[in-house]
Design a protein. Structure first.
Length: 112
Protein backbone atom coordinates (compact mmCIF):
# COMPACT_ATOMS: atom_id res chain seq x y z
CA UNK A 1 0.00 0.00 0.00
CA UNK A 2 1.43 3.36 -0.99
CA UNK A 3 -0.77 6.04 0.60
CA UNK A 4 -4.34 5.49 1.68
CA UNK A 5 -6.93 7.07 -0.57
CA UNK A 6 -8.38 9.04 2.33
CA UNK A 7 -5.16 11.05 2.79
CA UNK A 8 -5.49 14.65 1.70
CA UNK A 9 -3.02 17.54 1.92
CA UNK A 10 -3.93 18.31 5.53
CA UNK A 11 -3.50 14.75 6.78
CA UNK A 12 -0.26 14.32 4.84
CA UNK A 13 1.11 17.57 6.28
CA UNK A 14 0.14 16.36 9.76
CA UNK A 15 2.18 13.19 9.10
CA UNK A 16 5.16 15.26 7.92
CA UNK A 17 4.69 14.44 4.25
CA UNK A 18 4.33 17.18 1.67
CA UNK A 19 4.66 15.65 -1.79
CA UNK A 20 2.25 12.77 -2.45
CA UNK A 21 3.62 12.10 -5.94
CA UNK A 22 7.21 11.79 -4.74
CA UNK A 23 6.26 9.50 -1.84
CA UNK A 24 4.17 7.23 -4.07
CA UNK A 25 6.96 7.00 -6.66
CA UNK A 26 9.62 6.15 -4.05
CA UNK A 27 7.40 3.49 -2.45
CA UNK A 28 6.60 1.95 -5.84
CA UNK A 29 10.29 1.71 -6.74
CA UNK A 30 10.94 0.04 -3.37
CA UNK A 31 8.10 -2.42 -4.02
CA UNK A 32 9.46 -3.23 -7.46
CA UNK A 33 13.01 -3.66 -6.13
CA UNK A 34 11.61 -6.09 -3.53
CA UNK A 35 10.09 -8.11 -6.41
CA UNK A 36 6.52 -7.38 -5.29
CA UNK A 37 3.99 -8.01 -8.06
CA UNK A 38 1.72 -5.07 -7.37
CA UNK A 39 0.77 -2.19 -5.14
CA UNK A 40 -2.45 -0.73 -3.78
CA UNK A 41 -2.74 2.91 -4.75
CA UNK A 42 -5.21 5.53 -5.90
CA UNK A 43 -5.83 5.52 -9.67
CA UNK A 44 -4.59 9.12 -9.68
CA UNK A 45 -1.29 8.02 -8.15
CA UNK A 46 -0.49 5.76 -11.10
CA UNK A 47 0.51 8.82 -13.12
CA UNK A 48 3.15 9.66 -10.47
CA UNK A 49 4.85 6.30 -10.76
CA UNK A 50 7.87 6.04 -13.00
CA UNK A 51 6.71 3.06 -15.04
CA UNK A 52 10.10 2.72 -16.74
CA UNK A 53 11.51 1.64 -13.37
CA UNK A 54 8.91 -0.97 -12.52
CA UNK A 55 6.63 -3.67 -13.80
CA UNK A 56 3.93 -3.44 -11.13
CA UNK A 57 0.25 -4.18 -11.25
CA UNK A 58 -2.02 -1.54 -9.71
CA UNK A 59 -4.84 -2.47 -7.34
CA UNK A 60 -6.98 0.63 -6.97
CA UNK A 61 -9.59 1.41 -4.29
CA UNK A 62 -11.79 4.50 -4.23
CA UNK A 63 -13.82 3.40 -7.25
CA UNK A 64 -17.29 4.93 -7.34
CA UNK A 65 -20.09 5.24 -9.88
CA UNK A 66 -20.95 8.79 -8.81
CA UNK A 67 -19.42 11.64 -6.85
CA UNK A 68 -20.24 10.07 -3.46
CA UNK A 69 -16.75 9.83 -2.00
CA UNK A 70 -17.55 8.27 1.40
CA UNK A 71 -14.22 8.51 3.24
CA UNK A 72 -12.00 8.71 0.15
CA UNK A 73 -10.18 11.94 -0.63
CA UNK A 74 -10.30 11.28 -4.37
CA UNK A 75 -12.62 8.98 -6.27
CA UNK A 76 -12.63 7.61 -9.80
CA UNK A 77 -15.16 5.86 -11.99
CA UNK A 78 -14.28 2.36 -13.20
CA UNK A 79 -13.62 3.53 -16.77
CA UNK A 80 -11.38 6.43 -15.72
CA UNK A 81 -9.44 4.19 -13.32
CA UNK A 82 -8.78 1.72 -16.14
CA UNK A 83 -7.73 4.54 -18.48
CA UNK A 84 -5.21 5.69 -15.86
CA UNK A 85 -3.66 2.21 -15.73
CA UNK A 86 -5.49 0.31 -12.99
CA UNK A 87 -5.03 -3.43 -13.23
CA UNK A 88 -7.62 -4.39 -10.60
CA UNK A 89 -10.51 -2.27 -9.31
CA UNK A 90 -11.58 -2.40 -5.67
CA UNK A 91 -15.29 -1.60 -5.54
CA UNK A 92 -16.83 -2.14 -2.12
CA UNK A 93 -19.66 -0.02 -0.76
CA UNK A 94 -21.22 0.89 -4.11
CA UNK A 95 -21.99 -2.83 -4.47
CA UNK A 96 -22.35 -4.06 -0.90
CA UNK A 97 -24.64 -1.22 0.19
CA UNK A 98 -26.83 -1.22 -2.93
CA UNK A 99 -30.44 -2.37 -2.78
CA UNK A 100 -29.72 -4.55 -5.82
CA UNK A 101 -25.98 -5.38 -5.83
CA UNK A 102 -26.14 -7.42 -9.04
CA UNK A 103 -27.62 -4.48 -10.96
CA UNK A 104 -24.64 -2.37 -9.85
CA UNK A 105 -22.22 -5.10 -10.94
CA UNK A 106 -23.93 -5.19 -14.34
CA UNK A 107 -23.79 -1.39 -14.60
CA UNK A 108 -20.05 -1.48 -13.86
CA UNK A 109 -19.52 -4.26 -16.40
CA UNK A 110 -21.23 -2.16 -19.07
CA UNK A 111 -19.14 0.89 -18.14
CA UNK A 112 -15.88 -0.90 -18.76
Amino acid sequence: VTLLTNHNKESMHYLGMDNREEIVNVLSVMANDAKIDGIVCSPGDIMSINKSKNNLEFITPGIRLSHDSDDHSKIYTPSIALELGSTYLVIGRPITEAEDPMSIVEKIRLMI
